[in-house]
Structure formats: C-alpha cells, structure tokens
Design a protein around this ligand. Structure first.
Ligand code: ZN
Length: 270
C-alpha cells in the first residue's frame, strides 16, 4: 500500500491547479482539483490522501461490500443539510463575466437547474437578480454567488458543501462550461453542482464503482440509496454516468430523504 506522504506528493505534483481570483469579493487562491470538480486547498490534501487509502484498504478487505448510492455528508451521526425553510439566495455576478452571452447562459442554466431541484425535494432557491450587477457585492450578501472564472482546464464548474466557510461558498463556471462541443449539458452541470451545494457527494466515490474514479477527501458519508450508476452526482465513465446529468429515481428518493417532498406538494389547512 502506498504511504500517505507519497500519495500527498503525487497529488500535489499531478492534480491540476485552478486559480480562483475574484479580488473584489476577497477571493484569491489556488485549488488542487481532484475528480474533476472537487477543489482542495493545500491543507486538505493530507486528509484527502488518507481517505483514499482508507477506502482502498476497505475494498481490499471486502471486495463484495454492499453497493450504496446517493451520498450525503455525515456530521455527528446526522446528515448535513440546510435547515428546513431556508431559501438559498444567489446572484449570477455580471462583473465576473466577459459578455452578456455567457452571463445569460449561466442565468438560464441556473434557473432550469434550480427549478428541477425544487420539483423533486423541499428546497428553495431564489435568484436575487437585482444584485447581479451590484459592483459592491460582498460575500454574505447572498448565500452564494455564481462567478465566471477564466481557465479551469478540464474542470467545467465547481461548487461547495453547505458547511464550508463564506469564501468557499461560490459556484464557479470555467471555460469548459461554455464549450458547446463538450460532452455535458450546461443545465445538467448546474444540476450536479447544485447537488453539491445541497450536501450531496459524488456517487462514484464508492470503491465498488466499476470505473477507476478516486474517492473524495471528506470524512463522513451517509448512504441514502442504493448505488446508482446514472445518478446526477455520477461522473461519466465507460457504461456509467449520463452526459445530460438528469435525475434518476434514486436521486429523487435520496433528495426527499434529506429535504422532504417539494414545497408544491403541500398546503396548509385553515
Ligand atoms: Zn461534482
């Protein structure tokens, strides 16, 4: 088994680096990108490497481990989620975009993705469009901004988990997001990224996944449904993943377990 220190060195050497710069919002950092759209700070590489080794060892010990799917994040035995009734507000911050066309593509992609999530579980998003052009926008004015960042390499977009600090609560759209020849549907990409913002992790981090996807760095996972190779949270691989990143029945069930049914299903007796 490869020692942790060696894996850390390898990740530092091989993982692509994405500069994340938005000085006006106080963000100016570089992240190591693993698994396509998971950004690690230098400090997190160690725990990520340790987690990879832990999972590899678990697989060696029990290659027939049960396949489980839509993955939540566990903290103290409970599933991490936004509190009931919270509306996640966002802006698509126009000053970070080079032109209206790209800005529009993200506004539209977000609107569809948001409406899709709201149709399968009890979560609410609100686009605070009046602040899209606010030059003086500050972190914390909304739950998260969606920012355009030049570059990104093979990373198309990147998001955050609910318990991350304010300066990481950003959905980033990179060059690849606007590549019309790319394999992914832009709305699908936003559905996937919003899944992270709601606390869902990559479906393919299970060691049982029939492709060579590396597991993620975070500590705890809650298995919400059976393993689902077509989940919106699954990457593309040979015979697995869906370039449209649509919701599957397991996604719906898992999302409802965490957030309950869509608000539209309920009304209140007088
Ligand atoms: Zn992802």
């Amino acid at each position: 088994m490869i020692p942790t220190s060696e894996l850390v060195e390898r990740i530092r050497a091989e993982a692509p680096r994405v500069p994340l710069i938005c000085e006006r919002l106080g963000i100016d950092t570089e992240r190591l990108v693993v698994e396509g759209d998971v950004g690690l700070t230098e400090q997190n590489v160690l725990s990520y490497a340790a987690r990879r080794i832990e999972i590899a060892e678990a697989l060696q010990a029990d290659p027939d481990a049960e396949k489980q799917g839509l993955l939540g994040i566990e903290r103290d035995g409970r599933t991490l989620r936004w509190r009931p009734g919270k509306t996640l507000t966002y802006v698509v911050w126009r000053p970070s975009f080079p032109n209206d066309q790209e800005y529009r593509a993200v506004v539209d992609g977000m609107a569809s993705a948001v409406s899709d999530w709201q149709s399968i579980c009890g979560i609410r998003f609100e686009h605070v469009a009046a602040k899209d052009t606010d030059e003086g926008l500050k972190l914390g004015d909304v739950t998260f901004p969606v920012l355009r960042q030049a570059g990104g390499g093979t990373t198309v977009a990147m998001a955050f988990f609910p318990d991350e600090p304010l300066d990481r609560r950003v959905v980033w759209a990179f060059d690849g997001f606007f590549d019309t020849d790319g394999p992914f549907s832009p709305v699908g990409v936003m559905r996937h990224e919003l899944g992270h913002t709601l606390g869902f992790r990559h479906e393919h981090i299970r060691p049982e996944t029939p492709e060579d996807f590396a597991p993620e760095n975070m500590d705890h996972v809650i298995e919400l449904t059976g393993y689902d190779p077509r989940s919106v949270m699954h990457y593309l691989g040979r015979n697995v993943g869906d370039p449209q990143l649509r919701f599957t029945e397991s996604d719906r069930i898992g999302a409802r377990l965490v957030y309950g049914g869509p608000d539209a299903e309920f009304s209140y007796a007088d």
